[in-house]
Ligand binder design. Structure first.
Ligand SMILES: NC(=O)c1ccc[n+]([C@@H]2O[C@H](COP(=O)([O-])OP(=O)(O)OC[C@H]3O[C@@H](n4cnc5c(N)ncnc54)[C@H](OP(=O)(O)O)[C@@H]3O)[C@@H](O)[C@H]2O)c1
Length: 337
């Protein structure tokens, strides 16, 4: 019988492409999506999928979303924001989602965790397989929350019938995922040592060709359509439940990002391993957003053999092509003006 799938966060960078993949899946009969802001599913071309407004902090909203669903997909998250707000949505909200899925008798849960769940540790094996413990980095709020949540998920599901697929994607990019470029532009502006007033003036003039510091740290990317394909395979129940790394083939560096944006980069020494996380811990006092520097200073490369083997996952785009598509789309959207 065709599956009924309930999705939290269907309007985000991963959610949109996932809904499209579920619309195209013959195994899926109906999709219900829920997020907070108004959204017109017809305008997005959804036919099987409906949309309801709701908050994962509200258990009543979740009960209504999951009622009669075969599969729950949890994507709602606050990736950037202050510590208090992100904790509430990410930890309290996600616990609500996991508990509500168990209570509703949903059979399968698909959750987008992150590479950050492993933490940015100098002694991480390279590449990382799913056998490595997801212990997070305490000095980086997003990483710590992702690790804490994976542990919470295990606790909440213990003794229940609900089987869980936990995906650990690297940075997601592509034409529908501008976050990478938006954050790079914001960081380029934040990095300007100008006093606040001058910076406010700078923000009103076109972004002059910034120079990005490149320590040569390899980064992985994955295209949103390839993430959607992996999540859709899990929704359909392919392979075994469990953790899955997701990354496209190939690696890029900050210099490649600069080149794709038409900017320049300057080679800087790679920080001693572990320094990135220590610095991030201190920066967190200034702004939680600066903790993201951790992810750019400590190499964390994942092995994706398990997703390919178990789910038959074959990413269509490598890291270089994904970056190119992201940059072209950012230019078309005026993000680089
Ligand atoms: N993007 C990446 O590079 C990346 C990489 C690895 C892992 N992930 C993980 O993948 C998941 C999805 O990421 P994404 O990039 O799609 O995020 P996103 O683009 O920021 O979208 C977040 C979605 O969650 C909804 N949402 C946020 N707070 C909510 C709340 N309290 N109640 C209900 N809905 C809420 C948002 O809509 P409203 O604001 O309208 O509610 C939106 O639909 C996250 O767990 C993220 O950590 C992302």
């Amino acid at each position: 019988m065709a599956l009924t799938v309930a999705v939290t966060g269907p309007t985000g960078e991963i959610g949109g492409p996932l809904i499209d993949a579920l619309e195209a899946s013959e195994a899926v009969g109906a999709v219900r999506g829920m997020a907070r802001r108004p959204f017109d599913p017809a305008a997005a071309g959804w036919r099987k999928a409906t949309y309801q407004r709701g908050d994962i902090l509200d258990r009543g909203h979740l009960a209504a979303l999951f009622e009669g669903a075969d599969v729950a997909v949890h994507l709602a998250f606050a990736i950037f924001g202050d510590r208090e707000e992100t904790r509430r949505i990410n930890l309290d909200g996600s616990r609500n989602v996991f508990e509500a899925a168990v209570e509703a008798g949903v059979g399968r849960l698909v959750y987008a965790s992150s590479v950050a769940a492993y933490g940015f540790h100098p002694d991480n094996p390279q590449p990382l397989t799913e056998e490595t413990a997801a212990i997070g980095s305490s000095s980086f709020y997003y990483s710590a929350q992702k690790a804490e949540l994976e542990e919470a998920l295990d606790e909440i599901l213990a003794g229940s019938e609900l089987e869980a697929y936990v995906f650990r994607p690297c940075v997601v990019a592509g034409p529908r995922a501008p976050m990478l470029i938006e954050q790079t532009v914001a960081a380029a502006r934040l990095g300007d040592p100008a006093p606040r007033l001058r910076r406010q003036v700078l923000e009103r003039i076109p972004l002059l060709r910034p120079v990005l510091p490149d320590a040569g740290v390899p980064l992985q990317l994955v295209h949103h359509d390839d993430v959607a394909a992996a999540l859709a395979a899990a929704v359909e129940g392919r392979g075994e439940p469990g953790a899955y790394n997701l990354a496209a083939g190939g690696e890029i560096t900050i210099a490649d990002i600069a080149r794709a944006l038409g900017w320049r980069s300057v080679r800087v020494p790679r920080p001693a391993l572990g320094v990135g996380t220590a610095v991030a811990g201190r920066l967190a006092f200034v702004s939680p957003q600066l903790e993201w520097a951790t992810a750019l200073t400590t190499p964390v490369i994942m092995d994706t053999a398990k997703a390919r083997r178990e789910l038959g996952w074959e990413p269509r785009f490598d890291a270089a092509e994904t970056l190119l598509q992201t940059a072209v789309s950012a230019r078309e959207r005026g993000l680089l003006d």
